[in-house]
Design a protein around this ligand. Structure first.
Ligand code: CLF
Ligand code: SF4
Length: 302
């Protein structure tokens, strides 16, 4: 793997536990679940649970308003000083809920400007919000890209809702693909660090993800996170009706090793929940449920 030598770049990632493997031992992130709606359907997603593109399937996060979320962030920042990053990653798609997502970020940018802001999206609406993302100084954006070939995408996405219309089948997938590519280009032009998540689905896109890796590398993504599909039929998160399994650890590692030449790979992802709190390996979300944090004072010193 190439070592990063650019000092300015290092500064931008050294306190982000997902973008820097070293940082994840020392710095924590938190997510706030403010974004319930989604504008596409992934075959592996059960809408009763958090978005499976940047989180652990089968988990239901407690939905917050932007004001509640901001209160929670300031409470947690007072109690966990290593908390350096606020991410919005669900429970649906953050950019399908732009007002809630950006209102939350605005409140934090205003009250706690040293907390880094991080956003995760399926990419469908990303090109429309680049200016807003840049203006809020959101320096970390994740796009989940599971394919660069709409024919493969057809097996992953049954529909896409775009511009007041629902597009079924390949027509919808083509829109999603074009918007994801446009979003990647726009992030590069705006100099915003981009991580790409790909969900590895055996028999569907496993043999295709090396090509995805190549394309996102050529478009300037900073980091690629290939995640295993977590198949949990008891939560309805199996693949469509086909009972698709997730990859074995060995299959995942083989694919990651085959991609290890170009773009940097993230290998320490813990597939967090949409309301995760703490270091990547620990989950302190239950210490900060709404009934608890609303009564806690905002101790954050700003
Ligand atoms: Fe959250 Fe994602 Fe930002 Fe990290 S998580 S929005 S980039 S602050 Fe990190 Fe969690 Fe893996 Fe995501 S370990 S699921 S990669
Ligand atoms: Fe589910 Fe996330 Fe896919 Fe939307 S983008 S359908 S919330 S996995």
């Amino acid at each position: 793997q190439k070592k990063i030598t650019d000092e300015k770049l290092l500064e931008r990632i050294e306190k982000h536990p997902c973008y820097s493997e070293q940082a994840h031992h020392h710095y924590a992130r938190m997510h706030v679940a403010v974004a319930p709606a989604c504008n596409i359907q992934c075959n592996y997603c059960n809408r009763k649970y958090d978005c499976a593109n940047e989180s652990r399937p089968g988990v239901v996060s407690e939905l917050l308003t932007p004001e509640e979320a901001a209160h929670k962030v300031l409470v947690v920042a007072g109690k966990i000083p290593q908390m350096t990053v606020l991410g919005i990653a669900g429970p649906g798609d953050p950019l399908a809920n732009p007002e809630k997502t950006f209102r939350t970020f605005e409140l934090i940018a205003d009250k706690a400007p040293d907390i880094k802001l991080c956003l995760s999206t399926n990419g469908l609406m990303l090109p429309d919000y680049i200016d807003r993302i840049k203006a809020l100084n959101i320096d970390h954006v994740t796009i989940t890209i599971n394919m660069v070939d709409p024919e493969i995408g057809e097996k992953i996405y049954p529909w896409v809702h775009y511009g007041r219309r629902r597009y079924r089948g390949i027509e919808g997938v083509r829109i999603l693909h074009e918007r994801q590519m446009e979003g990647l280009d726009a992030l590069r032009e705006a100099d915003i660090l981009c991580k790409v998540n790909s969900v590895m689905i055996p028999g569907v896109n496993d043999e295709h993800l090396q090509e995805v890796h190549e394309v996102v590398r050529s478009k300037g993504a900073f980091l690629h996170n290939i995640m295993p599909l977590i198949s949990a039929p008891e939560h309805g998160t199996h693949y469509g009706l086909t009972g698709q399994r997730g990859p074995t650890p060995k299959e995942l590692k083989n694919l990651q090793d085959n991609c290890a030449d170009g773009l940097k790979l993230m290998r320490h992802c813990r597939q967090c929940r949409a309301d995760a709190v703490g270091l990547l390996g620990e989950d302190r979300s239950q210490e900060f449920t709404k009934d608890k944090f609303m009564d806690m004072p905002q101790e954050y010193n700003f």
